[in-house]
Unconditional design. Structure first.
Ligand code: 7XF
Length: 394
């Protein structure tokens, strides 16, 4: 398989499989649920793992496998597994790695449904969970117990963009034989590659930047071949959160422009964050591209850009925050991120509504916090829309 030292080239060519007799430039979509055996013995051999070849698309599909090969190259891991959603990837990883009696160390700041899974479903199954500040290595060391099997985090964290030091986290876990899982959704492999810092499993909601066009819900896990194969043959196979071949094709198409899109998201993000920071109606902006953000010092070390997501608070209260969001004309009121369109949402009542009020406070998500996922429009137009909506609240 051909591979370049440059990620932009790999996003276009890396992992591309043989295209068969017709030689299409675009990857064929193997829109099939099942695969035909020549005879009973061949089917039996494939099920027994004694012969190659496909069996059934929940177990593996050539279009989905091409996306997996491409993502493994981009994240610098041996292998990857694709899922029907980001949450499908989270649950397949967690249930493959943890059983009753095991302990998970994670963050008190996570995407809302990941938090709900860890806070409600895992304890109900007898899995212990500690929620700590993963950006504080001492807090992580203190939380570890003899039965700790996994450390799970996001960086930057949805929605306040808190950044944790991946080298520090991987170092603590490695010396204790604990598996680390990092959700890299907000950066994409263009801006951050956690495996290069010693992280074991790298996770994406491929719904976001990887696909990039707001038309797919999908997930990916990248990591060592042995662990990825284990997940494919246990929790993915038996719980069934697989990606459809057509969705895999759309994500492959998205990957071809990922580097250009991330560059533009980052440029627009910086312009918009600097505009908001200077605006007299704005109290605080959370964006790692601003020098007063605690994550700024990790730019260059583990992140090559700050990306397109930021959160901010207005000086005025909840009613004005709502009026501001409702006053936007071009930016779309919607959850999700990483799309061509700038999207704006209210975390406390939307993406993080799975949190209790005291949990929201601990995670730094106030009732007035607004999250903005900057799109690919001309930055002037995004700023102009924010400007007119801010003017509208007086
Ligand atoms: O299952 P999904 O593809 O929606 O991915 C879940 C997920 C996993 N990790 C992170 C960091 C995420 O942000 C998400 C989904 N987040 C959307 C958002 O924050 O807008 C979900 C909308 S409710």
């Amino acid at each position: 398989m051909w591979e370049s030292k440059n990620i932009e080239t790999n996003a276009i060519h890396g992992g591309k499989q043989s295209q068969g007799e017709h030689g299409p430039l675009s990857t064929p979509i193997y829109q099939t649920s099942t695969f035909v055996f020549d005879d009973v013995q061949q089917g039996a051999d494939r099920f027994a793992g004694e012969a190659g070849g496909h069996i059934y698309s929940r177990l593996g599909n050539p279009t989905v496998e091409e996306l997996e090969n491409r993502m493994a190259i981009l994240e610098g891991t041996e292998a990857a597994a694709a899922f029907g959603s980001g949450m499908g990837a989270v649950s397949a990883a967690i249930f493959a790695l943890l059983k009753s009696g095991d302990h998970l160390v994670t963050s008190h700041r996570l995407y809302g449904c990941t938090y709900a899974l860890f806070n409600h479903q895992l304890p109900a199954l007898g899995i212990e969970v500690s929620f700590v500040d993963l950006a504080d290595p001492q807090a992580v060391r203190e939380a570890i117990k003899p039965n700790t099997k996994v450390i799970y985090g996001e960086t930057p964290i949805n929605p306040c963009m808190t950044v944790m030091d991946l080298d520090a986290l991987a170092g603590i876990a490695r010396e204790r034989g604990i598996v680390t899982v990092i959700d890299n959704t907000f950066m994409s492999p263009i801006l951050q590659r956690p495996a290069e810092h010693g992280i074991d499993l790298v996770l994406h909601s491929a719904t976001k930047y990887l696909n990039g066009h707001g038309d797919v819900v999908a997930g990916i896990l990248c990591g060592p071949a042995e662990l990825i194969d284990q997940i494919k043959m246990t929790t993915r196979k038996d719980m069934g959160a697989v990606m459809s071949p057509h969705d895999a094709w759309l994500v492959i198409r998205g990957l071809k422009t990922l580097h250009l899109r991330m560059q533009r998201h980052g440029e627009n993000g910086q312009v918009v964050a600097e505009y908001l920071e200077k605006h007299p109606a704005v109290e605080k902006v959370y964006y790692p591209g601003l020098p007063d953000h605690p994550g700024y010092k990790l730019l260059g070390k583990q992140m090559s850009g700050a990306g397109g997501v930021m959160a901010f608070e207005l000086k005025q209260g909840f009613e004005q925050a709502v009026a501001f969001i409702n006053g936007l004309q071009m930016c779309k009121r919607a959850v999700s991120l990483g799309d061509a369109e700038t999207l704006i949402q209210h975390p406390a009542s939307m993406t993080h509504s799975t949190y209790e009020p005291e949990e929201l406070a601990a995670a730094g998500i106030s009732r007035t916090l607004i999250r903005l996922a900057v799109g690919l429009e001309n930055a002037e137009d995004i700023v102009a829309d924010l400007e007119q909506a801010l003017a509208g609240i007086g």
